[in-house]
Design a protein around this ligand. Sequence first.
Ligand code: AHG
Ligand code: MN
Ligand code: MN
Length: 339
Amino acid sequence: MTTMARKLITLDEFTIHETRQFPQAKGELSALLRDIGLACKLINKQVMKAGLVEGILGKQGSTNVQGEEQMKLDVYADNMLISVLRNSNDCAGIASEENDDALCFDDEFSVNSKYVVLFDPLDGSSNIDCNASIGTIFAIYRRVSPLGQPCTQADFMQSGKNLMAAGYVIYGSSTMMVYATRRGANGFTLEPSIGEFCLSHPNIQVKSEGKIYSINQGNWNKYSEGVKQYLTHCMNESYSHRYIGSMVADMHRTLIKGGIFMYPADSKNLQGKLRLLYECNPMAFLVEAAGGLASTGTERILDISPDKLHQRVPIFIGSKSMVERALACLAADQEVAAS
Ligand code: AHG
Ligand code: MN
Ligand code: MN
C-alpha cells in the first residue's frame, strides 16, 4: 500500500506528495501551508471556546485601517497569524486587512525567505457573536524583491494571476482548509482527535451551472440596472437566494454546490466592499482553479494590477455560466447607458 492510498491523508502528506512531482521544489510552500494551518488551528481553538470564556466575543473597542470596528477575534486572529508566520522559515513578510502597512520581517532567516503571505485574519466578523460560520482567507506570492534583504511593498502588490497558492479556513460545523495551487483545488477537514487537516474533498470542481445566488439583496435600491436585471433573472428562474454575510461561508457553499456570489459596486460603495488583496484575489484564484470565473463586472479579477494595499473591487464569482450571464446583463446595461 502506498502512502497516498491510505485512507487518511494529512495536509502535510498531501503537499509533500505534490512537491515531489517537481524535483527542483524544496518543500517551502508545503512548510508555509503547514504554518498557516497551525495558526488557523490555534484560531479555531479560540473560536470553539467563544461564548464560554470571557474575552473572546464582542468588540475590541478600536477601528482598523479602513475605519471598520474591530472585534476581539479579529485582533486575536491577526496576532496569531503574524506570530506564527514571523517564526516560519518560509515567510519574508505579511500584509493583513487589519493593519495599515505590510510587515517585512528583518531577521536573518526571513530576509532569505521566498514567499510573502496576505490575509484576512477573520472574515465575517459580524457573524462572530451569533455563532455563524466565519473564516480566515490567505494568499501566497513568491517575492519579486531580491533575497538577502527584507521584502518590499512591491512583493505584496502583485496581480492575482501571480499567486502561488491561496485559500481559506472555514470555522463552520466542521473546520476545513480549502486551498488551490495551479494544480487544482483541494479541501481538508480538521480531524479533531489527531489535530490534523485530512484530505476530504479532492480535486474540487465548481459546477458550470448552479441554482443559488448570493448577494446582500437589501442593497437593491443602490444597485445599477444591470445588477437588478441579473437579480430579476435569478428570481424568474426561481433560484434559491442564500446569503450568510461571511464571504468564506458563502464561497464555500458556492464551491461545493455551485452558484454565484456577488458584492457589486453600489451608489454608496462605488468600488464595492470587498478587498482585492485579502478577499477577492485569493477567492478568484481558488474558483478559477476549480473551473469557475471571477470578474469585477468588466475585468478578470486576477488580471488587476493593484494600486493600493487596501483596494476594494466589485466581484461576481462562481459557476462559469452564471457569472457569464451576470456579465452579459451588466454589459447590456452599459450599452444602453452609452447610447
Ligand atoms: P470582514 O469581516 O473581514 O470585514 O468581511 C466581511 C465581508 C464579507 O465576509 C462579507 O461577504 C461581507 O462583508 C458582508 O457585507 P454586508 O454586510 O455589507 O453584506
Ligand atoms: Mn473579510
Ligand atoms: Mn476580516
